[in-house]
Design a protein around this ligand. Structure first.
Ligand code: SF4
Length: 154
C-alpha cells in the first residue's frame, strides 16, 4: 500500500483532534474529485511498518490528546490497500484504548466484499459513496455530496 499524506495532527477530518492518513489508489473516477493525484495505487510513498508504529505512537501521545484515526485517500478500501488497512485498524483497536476510527470510501456499505467488510466491522464511523458533482453541497458535514452517507456505528 502507498500513501500520499500523513498528518499526526488533523482537525478537519472527523470529530475532535485526530491523526489522518490519506492512502493512494482509487478506481471510482468521480468527476470533480479533489484528490486525483491519489488515484494511482503507485502514487506517493510506501506505507511502512515504521509509519504504522508512528501512527500508534501519535494516537497514544498524551501531550496532544487525539480522539482517533481518520483514513481517507484515495480509497482505503481499494483492493491494493485492504491488507495493510486491516492490519492497521486491528492495531489501533488493540493498542490505542478509547480511540475511534473514521473511514471514507467510494464503496457503498451494501457492496463491500469480505475483506472490506472485515475492516468496516472495526471502524466507528464509515462515510460511503462516490462524490457526485451534481449533488455537491458546501455545507455538508464530513461529506462532499448529499448522496454520501455518514454511518455512525458506535
Ligand atoms: S472516491 Fe474519493 S478519491 Fe476516489 S475518485 Fe471519488 S472523490 Fe476521488
Amino acid at each position: 500500500m502507498n500513501y500520499s499524506k500523513y498528518y499526526p495532527i488533523d482537525v478537519l477530518n472527523g470529530d475532535g483532534t485526530r491523526c489522518a492518513l490519506f492512502v493512494s489508489g482509487c478506481i471510482h473516477n468521480c468527476r470533480g474529485c479533489y484528490n486525483q493525484s491519489t488515484w494511482s495505487p503507485d502514487a506517493g510513498e510506501l506505507f511502512t511498518e515504521q509509519l504504522s508504529n508512528q501512527i500508534i505512537k501519535d494516537l497514544n501521545d498524551t501531550r496532544i490528546k487525539k480522539q482517533g484515526l481518520s483514513l481517507s485517500g484515495g480509497d482505503p478500501l481499494h483492493p491494493a490497500n485492504t491488507g495493510e488497512i486491516l492490519k492497521l485498524v486491528k492495531r489501533v483497536k488493540k493498542e490505542c484504548e478509547g480511540k475511534d476510527i473514521w473511514l471514507w470510501s467510494g464503496y457503498l456499505l451494501a457492496e463491500l466484499n469480505k475483506q472490506q467488510q472485515a475492516i468496516v466491522d472495526l471502524v466507528d464511523v464509515y462515510i460511503d459513496g462516490k462524490f457526485e458533482q451534481g449533488l455537491a453541497e458546501p455545507n455538508l458535514k464530513w461529506r462532499g455530496s448529499s448522496n454520501q452517507v455518514v454511518h455512525r456505528f458506535r
